[in-house]
Design a protein around this ligand. Sequence first.
Ligand code: NAP
Ligand code: SF4
Length: 679
Amino acid sequence: MIESNYPHLLAPLDLGFTTLKNRVLMGSMHTGLEDGNQHDRLIAYFVERARGDVGLIITGGYAPNRAGWVKPFAGKLTTRSEAAKHRRITNAVHAEDGKIAMQILHAGRYAYHPLPVAPSRIRSPITPFTPRELSSAGVENQIEAFVRCAKLAREAGYDGVEIMGSEGYFINEFLVTHTNQRTDEWGGDFSQRMRLPVEIVARTREAVGDDFIIIYRLSMIDLIPDGNSWNETVMLAKAIEGAGATIINTGIGWHEARVPTIATSVPRGAFTWVTKKMKREVTIPLVTSNRINLPATAEQILSDGCADMVSLARPMLADAEFVKKAREGRADEINVCIACNQACLDHTFSNKMSSCLVNPRACHETELNYVATKTRKTFAVVGSGPAGLSAALVLAERGHEVDLYEGAAEIGGQLNMAKVIPGKEEFHEMLRYFKRQLELKQVRVHLSTRIVADDLIAKAHDGVIVATGVVPRDPEIDGQDHPKVLSYIDVLRGRAAVGKRVAIIGAGGIGFDVAEFLVHDGHSPTMDLDEWLAEWGVVDPAEARGGIARERSRPEASAREVTLLQRKAGKHGANLGKTTGWIHRATLKMNNVQMIGNVRYERISDEGLLISYGKNHEQPTWLDVDNVVLCAGQLPQRELQAPLESAGMPTHVIGGADVATELDAKRAIDQGSRLAARL
Ligand code: NAP
Ligand code: SF4
């Protein structure tokens, strides 16, 4: 029987007054659709996930008052007229036999507006605004705001609320001395500091009645110095249970923590052990979270007794049908979240609407649809990188006939280089997904076929999509034909032996990737949880407050001495992802990679690489290196375009072949999918 593949994941959860149909909670994500008047888009987004069979949807955070706004005019629920608008959301989800709870999020000192409030007047390291310290009466007002918001959520038809008590937001700020230095009844020892969340939960329960889900998201490991001790966290969890919460969800790390918690280099299920520790302490259901992106991983976590439910947030952007596909024995068809953050969190933190790198329809369900064509046409897609693959699949899904030509013996283009970088193993899943979909959608794949324009013209397709990608830019450095010079392709494809001392020319995404590849020499801490935790200084919170080691163990000596160079002055990797660039920089620093900027490349010879500094070529210095690896950016490769257009062939150029600058898989997939949706 198919369902026996995931018996724990697909088992219903009886909460007494209501039953969730399975153990998958769609974790709260701020997508941008919560703000302003975008209810139709929000409804379409939730409805697809409810149809996909998720057990319980949690909305993005809604503020209980203006002070609690994440940013000016962010979503809030403070009035009955706002509640009436939410009614459309809850009705739509219920019509699909789904369940939905609303998250109440008070940003506290993380608010990105000039009037934040907090327990003490201490600015956060990640926001520019110093909060106002609340008076005792002010604290009471905030509690009342939570209670009123929960009542309104019930009036709006929600099945419950999630009270956001983790990630360093308002409630969390009361719990630790790091942010709470009050001397009144809301500060002092832990029993006083935890009064706020306990009062919020108890008073909310009283106001909403017994038959309404209250989830409390509890910071199980703060990952900040002076965070809560394990005893304190347990004390809080027991008190929250006693105050009437239905479920406790797991929060991992404050936003200001200097430990990655959800990025792609974080091992899968890296923090489920923390929830498992709590399982011994409370009796209400626990949800575990972070880097759970496959049904098999989720099933393992649940069968190991780590939790009663799993929270999947970003995987629900990647594939609305995650649960349905798992249930129907189609797990190999799931579009897997690769934890890149590029189209979700990076967008949120840049004030842009969220989407998903692997699924550009996410949060765009009302405007990007792959509608069946009325006129079946034939298309040739040349190049099977992310742009070509996406175009081919969407064309085929719409009912067109597609031939996909690839010069190499495997599909994937640059994805095949990404997948060998330590910490980027999730790219294997992306390739697996593409391969399976090509089969399912019956795209005719021609590997090892470097098709030329004349052949394409002779085949007389109705259109050609040129997705032939990029070629490395020639940096034109004196001596670059020296045998010690390698291209990043030689290195990442394993075509060249690389020495112990290496200089990398270019510190963009690929320069960083090559540096990580070389210092780890094929070994990936992401594949070894204990090693990864040690590398980032994470310990059992029973050993040290916040789960942060007092002293960090140094990683094993790097395999190589690497110097990463760029011509511009300023921070290396400034254009890497907003939420992940710091992780790449920190990883390279831990591995002693030298980062040198403002350089000029003078010459390469037997002696190594001669660099100088600044416009005036000062301080000429030899870097005594065995190899120089060129990662100097890319140029479009699109020689097919001109002959095809001259022959009158409808031709479309996408991906790196269109614009190579700042190319990434996000733009490639989005462009390929959108073009194919129109043709
Ligand atoms: P890139 O990000 O544009 O970086 C190119 C690097 O080469 C820059 O550091 C640039 O710095 C240098 N450069 C440019 N022209 C040069 C020249 N004539 N001589 C010497 N150096 C030169 O390109 P990329 O690294 O090839 O990456 C391509 C794309 O893939 C990126 O846009 C990125 O988004 C994506 N990607 C991202 C990641 C990631 O996020 N981790 C990983 C891989 C790829 P100076 O001009 O200062 O020297
Ligand atoms: Fe996951 Fe990346 Fe999509 Fe975000 S953008 S949901 S991290 S695949």
